[in-house]
Design a protein around this ligand. Structure first.
Ligand code: ACO
Length: 386
C-alpha cells in the first residue's frame, strides 16, 4: 500500500533574502504603584531585603478591569501608531502571556477586536517569561515564509491576579504591564551578511521539562484548580544564571557576531543579580544592559517589550545598533534573539496620538466579570488614591 500523506507539499515556502524588522513599538503599565514599603505592610519583608536580593523597588498593579487584553491592546495601538499603519495592515497578532483574560477566547482575539482589525490571524502563545522571544520567532517565521507582511507581537501580563499575596518569597517579585511591537517583512540584498544587514539576525530557543514543576501555576483544565504561582526560587535562580548566558551567547554567535559587536542587551527583568551574573558570564558591561526591574518588577512576557519600548524612548537604540534580548522562565523555557535596529526613534512620539479611551475590550453584557484587585492590596492602593 502506498504511503498516505495528508495535505501539504514538500519543500520550503521560505522567501529567499527576506528577514523582518521592528517598525513600531509601545507599552502600557497600570498607574497604581506598589512599593517595597507597601509590601512591608502585608508580608514579613523589608525594602532592604527586596532591594538587595532582587533590585526591585516598586511594581505596577492592574486596577479592576485592567487586564492582559486591555493593556496589550493599548500597547499594540501605540505600536501601530509608531509604525504609521492601520490595524488592517496587520496579518498576524501573537500574544505571549501566562495570565490571559480567559482560557478561551485568546487574549489576541480580544485585542484584535479592540483594535478594530478585520483580517489578522490571532492567537496566544504560552512560554512564560520567554514568551516574547518565542512570539517574535513565530512571527518572524510567518513573515519570512511569505504568509504575510506585518505582525503585532505582544507580551501582556496581569500577574498580580496570579500571585499569592501571603507568600513573601514570590509576591515581592511580580508586576503587571504590556509591551508590543510591529514586526514587518524586510527584503534584503542577496548576499548581504549579518555584519551589516538590518533587521532580525538570529534566534535561540529552548525548553527544559526538568524544571516544569519548579515554577508553575497548577490551575488548568486537566489538573488542579489553584491559580497561584508556585516557585522554587533557589532552583530557578540557578537555572536562570546558567541558561541566560548560554542562550545569549548562542544567539550572538549564530548572528555571526561577538558580544563586543552588540550595543545593547535587553534581558528579561527578573532579578538584578541574575542580570549581573549574565553581564560577567558573557563579559558584557552592565552599562550596556537595559534595566527596568527597579520600576516594574518581573512582568514576565511583557518585560522585554516594555524595556525595548523604554530603551528606544530613552535614546538607547539608534539605527545601526545591534541588540540582543534574552529571557528564561517557567517551563523551564529560555529564548534570545538578535536584531539590528533600523527604525527612526523619533517615530515613538506618534504614540501620543493614541487616545486610551478609544481602545476598549468588547465584553459580553453581564457575561465576563472583571477580576477584583487582590484584597490584600486593595486597601493599600485605595489609601494612595488609586
Ligand atoms: N523578605 C524577607 N525574607 C525573605 C523573603 C522576603 N520577601 N523571601 C524569602 N525570604 C527569606 C527566606 O524565607 C529565607 O529565610 P530562611 O533562611 O530563614 O529560610 C531567606 O530569605 C533566604 O531565602 P533564599 O531563597 O535563599 O533567598 P535568595 O537569595 O535565593 O533570593 C529569590 C530569593 C529572590 C526568590 C531568588 O531565589 C530568585 O530571584 N530566584 C529566581 C526567581 C525568578 O526569577 N523567578 C521568576 C522566573 S520568570 C517566570 O517565568 C515567571
Amino acid at each position: 500500500m502506498s504511503e498516505q500523506r495528508i495535505g501539504g507539499t514538500t519543500g520550503s515556502a521560505q522567501i529567499p533574502n527576506r528577514t523582518t524588522h521592528i517598525t513600531g513599538w509601545g507599552h502600557e503599565v497600570p498607574a497604581a504603584t506598589l512599593t517595597n514599603a507597601d509590601l512591608e505592610k502585608i508580608v514579613e519583608t523589608s525594602d532592604e531585603w527586596i532591594t538587595t536580593r532582587t533590585g526591585i523597588r516598586e511594581r505596577r498593579i492592574a486596577s479592576k478591569g485592567e487586564t492582559a487584553a486591555s493593556m496589550g491592546a493599548l500597547a499594540a495601538a501605540r505600536a501601530l501608531a509608531v509604525a504609521g499603519i492601520k490595524a488592517d495592515d496587520v496579518d498576524l497578532i501573537v500574544v505571549a502571556t501566562l495570565t490571559p483574560d480567559h482560557l478561551m477566547p485568546s487574549t489576541a482575539v480580544l485585542i484584535k477586536g479592540a483594535l478594530g482589525s478585520t483580517r489578522a490571524a490571532a492567537f496566544d502563545l504560552s512560554a512564560a517569561c520567554s514568551g516574547f522571544a518565542y512570539a517574535y520567532a513565530v512571527a518572524h517565521g510567518f513573515l519570512t515564509a511569505g504568509l504575510g507582511q506585518r505582525a503585532l507581537v505582544i507580551g501582556a501580563e496581569t500577574l498580580s491576579r496570579a500571585v499569592d499575596w501571603t507568600d513573601r518569597s514570590t509576591c515581592v517579585l511580580f508586576g503587571d504591564g504590556a509591551g508590543a511591537i510591529v514586526l514587518e517583512a524586510l527584503d534584503i540584498e542577496a548576499g548581504q551578511g549579518a555584519a551589516s544587514r538590518p533587521g532580525t539576525l538570529s534566534f535561540e530557543l529552548s525548553a527544559d521539562p526538568s524544571g516544569a514543576y519548579a515554577l508553575w501555576i497548577p490551575g488548568g483544565v486537566g489538573e488542579g484548580a489553584d491559580p497561584l504561582i508556585k516557585m522554587d526560587g533557589a532552583t530557578t535562580y540557578v537555572y536562570a544564571t546558567r541558561t541566560m548566558a548560554a542562550v545569549a551567547t548562542a544567539a550572538i554567535e549564530r548572528a555571526g557576531l561577538t558580544p563586543a559587536q552588540v550595543d545593547l542587551v535587553i534581558p528579561h527583568q527578573a532579578n538584578i543579580r541574575i542580570i549581573e551574573h549574565v553581564s560577567k558570564a558573557i563579559s558584557f558591561p552592565m552599562e550596556k544592559i537595559f534595566v527596568t526591574l527597579d520600576k516594574y518588577g518581573n512582568t514576565s512576557a511583557a518585560s522585554i517589550p516594555i524595556a525595548l519600548s523604554e530603551a528606544v524612548a530613552g535614546g538607547r537604540l539608534k539605527p545601526g545598533d545591534v541588540f540582543c534580548t534574552v529571557a528564561f522562565g517557567g517551563g523551564y523555557t529560555s529564548g534570545a534573539f538578535v536584531t539590528r535596529w533600523d527604525a527612526d526613534p523619533a517615530h515613538g512620539a506618534r504614540a501620543a496620538a493614541v487616545d486610551p479611551s478609544t481602545i476598549k475590550i468588547k465584553r459580553p453584557e453581564g457575561g465576563a466579570k472583571a477580576a477584583e484587585v487582590p484584597a490584600a492590596l486593595k486597601a493599600l492602593l485605595d489609601a494612595k488614591g488609586r
